[in-house]
Write a protein that binds this ligand. Structure first.
Ligand code: PAF
Length: 265
């Protein structure tokens, strides 16, 4: 496995990859959800590139950025074991050199939910994804369904800017008790982790209410067991309707969603 630290190293490594290339953009602190992205990319492509970059421009809260879990040595070991061909792990200055001033705004898809709770978040996501797509030139890129609005933003970016790649949605991986895997889960104390289970269980209640013809948002809110939420909301992705929520457990912010209709492919 090649570890590219600079754009020049990445370009060199990319030029040696034959056939189709799958890209899994990540911010590291790998868990089984990331491994599922790598596996999906491996299954459909001749080569797999993973980016490992905690993108500062998508954090609206500096303390969230500094507390973001990082363990590069472990990540590289896991990527190697998963059969990844190239890991792109640049320094911040490599992607955002002095004088950087070009931003991508995906206007409508970035509105509401995460876009409202984290101002500027999707501008940072869209900008870094476009840079990664330009640098890696993948045939396909893999994103987790857990970040459903991010998926919508990236799909819109690809469509609007006529990028030649397919976006694939990979199902959310959960622990046996239902908690969606997230790099942020390592910040939860055992007591907080137990409280966090109210989030997936409230979403399940919401989906159940929807199936019975009830209001999924109201049902999920009622089932949140006092967990403070940024939002519980419906997200219409065109081919899928999702019930999404963001909750705070102690100082950790968690998001999750459940599919109500259609398919996130
Ligand atoms: O989902 C993430 O980990 C990040 O938002 C992404 C897509 C890697 C962009 O920094």
């Amino acid at each position: 496995m090649i570890v590219a630290r600079t754009i020049a190293e990445l370009r060199r490594a990319r030029s040696e990859l034959g056939g189709s290339v799958g890209l899994a953009p990540t911010m590291g602190a790998f868990h089984a959800g990331h491994l599922a992205l790598f596996e999906a990319a491996r299954a459909e492509n001749d080569a797999v590139v993973v980016s490992l970059f905690v993108n500062p421009t998508q954090f609206d809260d500096p303390s969230d950025l500094s507390a973001y879990p990082r363990d590069e040595a472990r990540d590289l070991r896991l990527a190697g074991e998963a059969g990844v061909d190239v890991v792109f792990a640049p320094a911040v200055e490599e992607l955002y050199p002095e004088g950087f001033q070009t931003w991508v705004e995906v206007a409508e898809a970035s509105r509401g939910l995460e876009g409202e709770a984290r101002p500027g978040h999707f501008r940072g996501v869209a900008t870094v994804c476009l840079k990664l797509f330009n640098l890696v030139r993948p045939d396909r890129a893999y994103f987790g369904q857990k970040d459903a609005q991010q998926l919508a933003v990236v799909r819109r970016l690809v469509r609007d800017l006529d990028l030649e790649l397919e976006i694939r949605a990979v199902p959310t991986v959960r622990d046996a008790d239902g908690l969606a895997l997230s790099s942020r889960n390592v910040r939860l104390s055992p007591e907080e982790r137990a409280r966090a289970l109210a989030l997936p269980s409230a979403l399940r209640e919401g989906a159940e209410a929807y199936r019975r013809g009830g209001d999924p948002v109201e049902a999920a809110r009622a089932a949140l067991d006092g967990l403070p939420v940024d939002y519980v909301s419906l997200l219409d992705l065109g081919d899928a309707l999702v019930l999404a929520a963001a909750a705070r457990v102690g100082s950790t912010r968690l998001i999750d969603n459940v599919l109500l209709e259609g398919a996130l492919t």
